[in-house]
Design a protein around this ligand. Structure first.
Ligand SMILES: Cc1ncc(COP(=O)(O)O)c(C=O)c1O
Length: 373
C-alpha cells in the first residue's frame, strides 16, 4: 500500500533532487567557507550566493540573515536578546505560539519579566484589539507568529507592527509555516525579527535562520565568530545551499497547493461527512487545514488512517506521540472540540487521488461509527 503523507506542517518530504544537485556541486568543494585557501574561498562564494538568494526572497539585506540550527534556536536568540538588552519589562505573545516561543517567554517570566499571552478570536486570529489595549510603556517585545502551525491562519502582522512602532516596541514573528507559502517582505511587514526553519520546505533538518533588522541582535552562541559574530559554529554550507534552492521550488508549488486545498474542501463538502473547519480557510495558508469531525474522535481517526498508511496529525509534531488534544484548538474553542479535531497538511507530492483516498477513508470510518452507535 502506498504511503499518503499529509503531515507536511510537521516536516516536509525532502527535495532529494536538490540534495543531489548540491551534493554534486560540493563533491569537489568541501572546504570550510571560513578557510582562507582557494577551496575555502570557492566554498565561501557558494555560501554568499545562498545567503543572497535567501535574503532577496524576503527582501532583506544579506547581513540581516543569521543562519542557525533552525527556528527553535532563532526564537531563543530573540528572547535572549530581550533579556540581555532590557533585563525587565513586559512581553506580549499569543496563546497559540509554537512551544519554542512559549517556553522562551516562560523562562523570561521566571527571570522577572511580565508575560502576557493573548487569546484568539473564534476564527483563530490573534485578538489585535486586546493586544492594542495591553501595549504600554513597559512593553519590550511583541512576538506573534505570522501563520499558525496547526490552523494555518495568517495573522495581520503589519497591523501589529504599526501599533508597536508608535511605542518603539520590538516585534518578532515566527514565520516558519508561512515562509515560501505566502509572499513575505520583511520590510513591508515591519518586523524586527523573523524566524525560519529549513525542514518545513524540503530542505535539511536543524537548519534555518533569524532575520534581524540591521543585524541588531545579541548572539546566543559565542565562539569562533561566524555569522558576523552573531552565531558561532562552523557554517553549514550544504544546509544553506539546499535551503536557497528549496525556496524557489516551494514558491513555484504554491498554486498547486491552493488548487489541492480547494479540491479537498469541495470533496469534504460533497462527502456529507459531519465536520466544521477550525479556521477561516480564506485567511489561511494554502497547505494547512484543521478540521473538527463531529462524529470521529481525533485519536481514533489518526490511528485508523495510520493503519491505512495515511499520515495526518492531531497536535503539533513536537508533542506527537502523546495523546493530548491540541492546545491550540483548545485555546481557540475548547478541549471537547480539540479531541475531535485533526490537522491535514499537504505538500509537493500530494495529489487529488491521494486526497480522494483520505476522504474515502474518513467517510468509511464515520459510517462504521454511526452504524454501531
Ligand atoms: C511555527 C513553528 N515554529 C518553530 C518551529 C521549530 O522549528 P525547528 O524545527 O526548525 O526548530 C516549528 C516546527 O515545528 C514551527 O512549526
Amino acid at each position: 500500500m502506498e504511503n499518503i503523507y499529509l503531515d507536511y506542517a510537521a516536516t516536509s518530504l525532502k527535495h532529494f533532487d536538490i540534495y543531489a544537485s548540491v551534493t554534486k556541486k560540493l563533491e569537489k568543494i568541501y572546504a570550510n567557507p571560513s578557510s582562507n585557501h582557494q577551496m575555502g574561498k570557492t566554498a565561501n562564494k557558494f555560501f554568499k550566493e545562498a545567503r543572497r538568494k535567501i535574503a532577496d526572497f524576503i527582501k532583506a539585506e544579506e547581513k540581516e540573515i543569521i543562519f542557525t540550527s533552525g527556528a527553535t534556536e532563532a526564537n531563543n536568540m530573540v528572547f535572549n536578546h530581550i533579556r540581555e538588552k532590557f533585563n525587565s519589562g513586559e512581553i506580549i505573545i499569543s496563546q497559540i505560539e509554537h512551544p519554542s516561543v512559549i517556553e522562551c517567554a516562560n523562562k523570561l517570566e521566571h527571570l522577572g519579566f511580565k508575560i502576557i499571552k493573548i487569546p484568539t478570536l473564534s476564527n483563530g486570529l490573534v485578538d489585535i484589539k486586546l493586544l492594542e489595549n495591553l501595549i504600554n510603556d513597559k512593553t519590550r517585545l511583541i512576538s506573534i507568529m505570522l501563520a499558525n502551525n496547526e490552523t494555518g491562519i495568517i495573522n495581520p502582522i503589519k497591523k501589529i507592527t504599526s501599533l508597536a512602532k508608535k511605542h518603539n516596541i520590538l516585534v518578532h514573528s515566527d514565520i516558519v509555516q508561512a515562509f515560501a507559502k505566502i509572499q513575505i517582505d520583511v520590510k513591508e511587514l515591519g518586523v524586527d525579527f523573523a524566524s525560519v526553519s529549513a525542514h518545513k520546505i524540503g530542505a535539511t533538518n536543524n537548519f534555518g535562520f533569524l532575520y534581524a533588522k540591521n543585524a541588531d541582535i545579541k548572539p546566543l552562541l559565542i565562539g569562533g565568530g561566524q555569522e558576523n559574530n552573531l552565531r558561532s559554529g562552523t557554517s553549514d554550507l550544504f544546509g544553506a545551499m539546499v535551503l536557497a534552492d528549496c525556496i524557489e521550488k516551494t514558491w513555484k508549488n504554491k498554486e498547486h497547493l491552493e488548487e489541492l486545498k480547494e479540491y479537498l474542501l469541495a470533496e469534504l463538502k460533497t462527502s456529507q461527512i459531519a465536520y466544521e473547519l477550525n479556521s477561516d480557510t480564506k485567511l489561511s495558508l494554502p497547505n494547512i487545514i484543521n478540521i473538527y469531525f463531529k462524529n470521529i474522535q481525533a485519536q481514533r481517526l489518526i490511528t485508523y488512517l495510520d493503519i491505512n498508511n495515511i499520515f495526518i496529525s492531531g497536535t503539533s509534531a513536537c508533542s506527537s506521540g502523546s495523546l493530548r488534544a491540541s492546545k491550540v484548538i483548545t485555546n481557540i474553542f475548547d478541549q471537547a472540540r480539540a479531541e475531535y479535531s485533526v490537522r491535514i497538511s499537504i505538500g509537493f507530492d500530494t495529489t487529488k487521488e491521494k486526497l480522494d483516498s483520505l476522504v474515502y477513508k474518513i467517510k468509511n470510518l464515520e459510517e462504521r461509527i454511526l452504524k454501531r452507535g
